[in-house]
Design a protein around this ligand. Structure first.
Ligand code: BTN
Length: 322
């Protein structure tokens, strides 16, 4: 009942009267008052004015279904939304429950991750609740050979979402979002498949949003940053989350129809590494190369110092700027 009242409060732009809430939910006005007090105890500041009703003045900084849905304009993505205060890893959780969901689009988001995972088996620092730690479950009807492109589709959506918020970022192939030479977001796409059939795909996204400089562990303080540090203000995590989901659903639907070009173009145009000299790390060995572009499959075109060309595939290598 508390959640239903909250939803009514969220949905109304102005005051909503106790009489209206009690009528819509079939409970007494006394009960409405009691639930409103419980909601207040959960951190919401709710004003109540005689003859007008109730209105949310301030809400706790939670990135939950209600706060995200307010900004969401998707058809399927995030319409099923599970929110946790604490979880080991949202990617790991989706893998546990994926078989219980036939439709794609489930989003799992947690305020804190106790064992966040990054690419190439690395740890992902996400023990504080100032970031967005979320995973989406997808069930695309595509060949498994197309899956590596999804990271680029997510990166393109990240670019569009941040652009809409007035933040200018670059995409470091294959899965990093960079602002002012520092990483603020990482993408981890994992697949569960049998032969050429995809059972499900987990798209994990980690974004540093409202952290301050000293919130970062000494291991990453020189390479990581947050939207707040770079943008000079706090951001509403729910709004950022919804904008990412809105843009991703649009690009993902295009991609599933065979149009990857739109995402590829965004990634190429806003690449952090095209035209730059890089190291390709292969089997522990660092090899110098120059990045030429992003091909139609989302592979990175590079030329080694000896003139040899290669198209790098996601997952094969690590790229470090020289
Ligand atoms: C990387 O840059 O290495 C990818 C980082 C991906 C982190 C996100 S946070 C939400 C989701 N759950 C995880 O355990 N990892 C991803």
């Amino acid at each position: 009942m508390k959640d239903k009242i909250l939803k009514l409060l969220y949905d109304s732009d102005d005051y909503i009267s106790g009489a209206k809430i009690s009528e819509e939910l079939g409970i007494s006005r006394q009960a409405v008052w009691k639930h409103i007090n419980t909601i207040r105890k959960n951190g919401y500041m709710i004003e109540s004015i005689n003859n007008k009703g109730y209105k949310i003045l301030a809400r706790p900084d939670l990135c939950n279904k209600l706060s995200v849905t307010k900004y969401l304009n998707t058809k399927f993505l995030g319409r099923q939304f599970i929110h946790f205060d604490e979880l080991d890893s949202t990617n790991a959780y989706i893998k546990e429950i994926a078989n219980d969901y036939t439709d794609e689009g489930l989003v799992v988001l947690t305020e804190k991750q106790l064992a966040g995972r990054g690419r190439l088996g690395k740890q992902w620092f996400s023990q504080n609740s100032d970031g967005i730690w979320m995973s989406m479950m997808l069930k695309p009807e595509i060949s498994i050979f197309e899956v590596s492109k999804i990271t680029q589709v997510v990166a393109a959506a990240m670019y569009l979402a941040l652009d809409e918020l007035g933040i200018s970022c670059k995409i470091k192939w294959p899965n990093d979002i960079i602002i002012n030479d520092k990483k603020i977001c990482g993408i981890l796409v994992e697949m569960n498949s049998e032969e050429n059939h995809i059972n499900y795909i987990v798209v994990g996204i980690g974004i540093n949003v409202n952290q301050n400089k000293n919130d970062f562990n000494s291991e990453i303080t020189d390479i990581a940053s947050s939207l707040k540090i770079e943008g000079g203000k706090r951001y509403d995590r729910a709004e950022v989350t919804a904008k990412i989901l809105n843009h991703f659903e649009m690009l993902y639907r295009e991609f599933c129809k065979g149009n990857f070009e739109k995402s590829r173009e965004i990634c190429e145009k806003n690449s952090y590494i095209i035209g730059k000299n890089i190291y390709v790390i292969k089997n522990g060995e660092k090899i110098n190369a120059t990045v030429k572009g992003l091909n139609e499959n989302g592979e990175l075109n590079i030329v080694y110092e000896d003139g040899q060309k290669e198209n790098l595939i996601y997952g094969e290598v690590s790229v470090r700027l020289q």
